[in-house]
Design a protein. Structure first.
Length: 306
């Protein structure tokens, strides 16, 4: 801003000199008001900033969201506030089963399923991902004996593996765990300016691991939110004969993966979901967790092939 004021002042000096010359020849000119010029310059800068913000918002142009209702996912009637916020952001909310999914669907939300996919459904989803489709999977910790064999097979094509655990912090009374912010993928915009510095709390979490064996030069994968190394991933659900306990390691709770080979098909997996429910939606502990989900959905649309 100081640079602009100096330019204005220099211009005014030149104007004063020219005015003096004009007066000596019998003409007169009124010197412009400095404050009005500065105000005009500030207005121009403000308009430029507004235009830039609008351009950034255009990159967040949303798309149709298809909330999958089969496999006993979270009842969408319990997510009315979440749905309303997405609608406010410009997304178009749809509900359907996998068999009803349109061929040109853009973004899927698969929230807390109690049953696994079938092998046929995984095969049916391949054209969706090959065309650049995106999927948000919310899979909180569960004591259910369900093994997500085919869902896991699908996620493994994005180098993500499901863990059967519940994250706890020893000797801590609260059920909430403070997560560490690792970063955002390329082209993801923070839903709020303070999002990347605000604390993120979640509860009833499961973890995920990244599989290096599946990575390629065109597969971009990383963690967005993870725990500290002080937590324990205690075995939970899944009917595993030899359950694993994760100790002394940072556990991944929110991850992304983007496959450039499949037209930038992307998945985001989150090991918690209750912060989206109406009964928890307005809690202080839910707000920033929600912002990471909003940012993820908008990130999908920046790479959308539709």
């Amino acid at each position: 801003m100081k640079f602009h004021k100096k330019l204005i002042f220099a211009s005014l000096c030149c104007s004063a000199i020219l005015t003096g010359c004009s007066s000596s020849s019998g003409t007169s000119s009124e010197l412009p008001n400095l404050d009005s010029l500065i105000q005009e310059e500030n207005t121009n800068i403000s308009e430029a900033e507004t235009t830039e913000a609008a351009t950034i918002q255009e990159e967040r142009i949303s798309a149709d969201i298809f909330y999958l209702t089969d496999h006993h996912t979270q009842n969408p009637a319990e997510l009315s506030k979440f749905r309303r916020q997405l609608t406010t952001d410009g997304f178009i909310w749809n509900e359907c089963t996998l068999s009803e999914l349109p061929a040109d669907a853009g973004i899927l939300i698969y929230n807390s399923p109690e049953e696994d996919l079938t092998s046929e459904e995984v095969q049916a989803l391949q054209p969706f991902f090959d065309a650049g489709g995106d999927m948000l999977v919310l899979l909180p910790a569960s004591e259910s004996n369900t093994r997500y064999k085919f869902l896991n097979n699908l996620l493994e094509t994005f180098s993500i593996q499901i863990d059967y655990d519940r994250i706890t912090e020893p000797e801590k009374d609260s059920n909430f765990t403070l997560l560490q912010i690792i970063g955002m993928p390329e082209r993801m915009l923070a839903y709020e300016d303070s999002m990347s510095v605000k604390p993120v709390y979640m509860q009833n979490m499961r973890s995920f691991h990244m599989l290096g064996d599946y990575a390629t030069d065109e597969l971009f994968i990383d963690t967005m939110l993870q725990t500290s190394a002080d937590v324990i991933g205690e075995p939970c659900g899944g009917m595993e004969d030899d359950p694993l306990t994760y100790e002394n390691e940072k556990l991944n709770v929110l991850l992304y993966s983007r496959d450039a080979v499949r037209n930038n098909a992307s998945v985001v997996v989150c090991g918690a979901a209750d912060f989206l429910e109406d009964k928890n939606f307005d809690a202080d502990t839910s707000k920033n967790a929600q912002n990471w989900i909003y940012s993820s959905l908008q990130w999908f649309s920046t790479y959308s092939a539709y």
